[in-house]
Design a protein around this ligand. Structure first.
Ligand SMILES: [Zn+2]
Length: 68
């Protein structure tokens, strides 16, 4: 799981990759911001990407880890 900051609305979201088992081919799939729909990135995967907003707790955790 990756945490991203939207390039457009600056909100945090997490990206979860799903993979089809035994699928050898990779395709470029889009990652869209779940807050504003902005096309954040495209990455190769043998499955697909899902993006979710962070919960308040996850945001706190993220902010905590960001600080030295
Ligand atoms: Zn956004």
């Amino acid at each position: 799981m990756d945490i991203e900051v939207c390039n457009q609305c600056q909100k945090l979201f997490k990206v979860i990759g799903h993979e089809f088992p035994r699928s050898g081919t990779k395709e470029i799939e889009p990652i869209n911001c779940p807050h504003c729909g902005h096309l954040q990135d495209t990455l190769a995967t043998s499955g697909w990407w899902e993006a979710y907003p962070l919960t308040e707790e996850e945001v706190k955790e993220y902010e905590k880890n960001k600080r030295p």
